[in-house]
Ligand binder design. Sequence first.
Ligand code: PAF
Length: 282
Amino acid sequence: MPLPIVRTVAELRARVAAWKAGGERVGFVPTMGALHEGHLSLVRLARTRAQRVVASVFVNPTQFAPNEDFDAYPRDEARDAALLASAGCDLLFAPTLAEMYPEGFATTVTVAGVSEPLDGQARPGHFTGVATVVTKLLNQVQADVAVFGEKDYQQLQVIRRLVRDLDMPVEIVGGPTARADDGLALSSRNAYLAAEERPVAARLNQVMREAIAALNAGEAVAAVEARAAEALAAAGFGRIDYVEVRDAGDLSRLGPGPVDRPARLLAAAVLGRTRLIDNMAV
Ligand code: PAF
């Protein structure tokens, strides 16, 4: 059976309200489409936590800078809908731009602290766009539980912070990063990689694994970060936005010595026209 698609908040709310009136828990997986196995694993995870699962597909313009890939971002709603149905999704919310940002729209949500370093520096304004659209989506769907990929680890921490700070009645769950056999984190943007870039892209995760092993063996953070950045440059990455060990919760900087608390290694680097990000627990 084809997946039902709704385009307005009113239709969405009517469907969700009917499920809730019947005592069913509702899960939510927000996406920008161009779905891959990583997204589908989030839908399946939501399914284990709720009787009904809503997914959204909305390529949110406010989280892209003018020089970024908003226009090029892959869009194929029919394919996305078929994949979502196969993973057990019950409803697709695919709003129009006018439904999300009607004439006169004037509110933004900014999360201080956790959204400031890393991608906050490399992509100014990105997390305000994310926090604003995610606040809207969570208010629109009113799910009991929402699932976000750990692949976008900083985004996940930003969303956890905003849900706590704004007392939003939804449980936030992080889903593990899905990877190709060579370790490359699955991402819609991997579609931009040229065939000859694909093995180089896998080096990102391999270099990170080497760094994690060194950190777990007690090597100093500063030395491991510097070596990882050199290895990425040597592998053929152009701009390396960051490869840094950060506090696993608030993403604050660690001291230069050995890791002394729960930490996360996060990296972002550009290969040709593709910006790749990845992160791993230390
Ligand atoms: O992770 C994404 O795909 C997007 O940032 C999200 C959470 C759907 C908001 O547009």
